[in-house]
Ligand binder design. Sequence first.
Ligand SMILES: [Fe+2]
Ligand SMILES: [Fe+2]
Length: 494
Amino acid sequence: METTQSDVRSEKFPRKPSEAMDADLSKMGNNLVTKFHVLMRISQIYDSKNVALQQFTQESLQAINTMIEREGNLSLKVVKNDLYLNDQRLRYSVEGFTSFKYLVTQWRKRLIGEVIFKGVVHEEILKNFIYLMMHLEEGHEENATFFNDELAKRDIFMIEVGPLETLEGEDEATTFRREDQREVAKKVFFETVGTIKEVITNIKGKQHADVRKLKRLAQKAVHLVMEDESILLGMTTIKNYDEYTFNHCVNVSIYSLAMGRRLGLSRKILTELGITALLHDIGKSKIPREVLNKPGPLDNEEWGLMKKHSLIGVEVVLNLKQLGEINPRMVIGIFDHHLKNDPSGYPKLFRKKEIGLFGRIIQIADAYDAMTTPRIYKKVPYTPEQALAVMLRERSVHFDPILLKMFVGLVGIHPIGSLVLLNTHEIGIVYKPNHEPKWMDRPQVMLMARDAKGYARQEVVDLTEGDGNGGFRRSVVKTLDPNKYHIDIAKFFL
Ligand SMILES: [Fe+2]
Ligand SMILES: [Fe+2]
């Protein structure tokens, strides 16, 4: 195991998130964004001479200047869909959500990514700034330069703007965003389930299986995971009992991609990992249905057959010509996905073999998904929390402990889809884990209200939100079992 651990350590880990912002600054930042939002809107209705504007300008000025006096300068930056205040992520309060969204959207449209106030500003300067900003042509590449030139013409040097930083693959991302990411994620998810079903059925029937589509879908999934992993992770709560095999492959792929992304794997390798995970159980297509779906325990012969599926999988994949060039790590990933560090793994080998990175990733994703999904022989599955507990208990034998630790960090102490009871007596579903290590127990939670028809979704709240007295407004008291409450978790992610 030592060598496997060092393999992982040598991979590139993402940068450590910056320390959480102090409550005062966060409050001031939220206030500033709200004031900006109002001013930007008002400026689109009235011209700059209108008296109605004055009050709002004054309020914004106060917000800006208070902060400049405290911090020296003020930078507000858009990174993806988040705002950073002096390089620290600014978390929005529930009430602040609309303002945040408005500001980020308006800046993004104009390709403005950052605004820096280098000193105290006064009314005329701020008005000039806001009107220039709102009159920028949308989508114009040179906007930031033009903006700075216009400010300079007006002798305004204490405000500087920067262009929106486009990240790798951003163009495609913008198209995606337009269509609504969640809709795209849903489409990719269901299309992948359908395609993997087709592939498995064709292989079973010894027919030609078109895997090019699978490759394209894996590329799209990689893209989505890079953008916002929580949307696809939410889809893994779809635990379709009838379509277990197909859903399972897709879920394992999503978990694997999210882990791979955290390891800093390139898009190319991530796509390979995604495909490998989608096909990890492809060998089962050659195992009789009676064995696969047997409600009771398998006898020796049946187990023997079942244990062959990773080796059969290798054979099947090597025959899938349309996959194009197959990197050995894909084949090895499939071969390795049930190897263990003790004799409980399979296939049986004459010599001890190290488990490759793909195999180690898929093992964790595989175990977690299998445990949290109802199966014919275990109708009530583990809750996400119970599954993680079992895996952590078995970590030294069955999993790569470092990767497992990363996985727990990824899904959170309360994984996406967990049903939780809050100290406010509200019930909610974990909607988005918090990835900052110190806030791992403070995810975003979708509150649920019960009416005559059952449970209905309400707003999404952030458990890092303060109560104004240095504490938190809401905290998780305990995890509940959705099966006992007859709640279909997946419904809330669609
Ligand atoms: Fe398997
Ligand atoms: Fe599996």
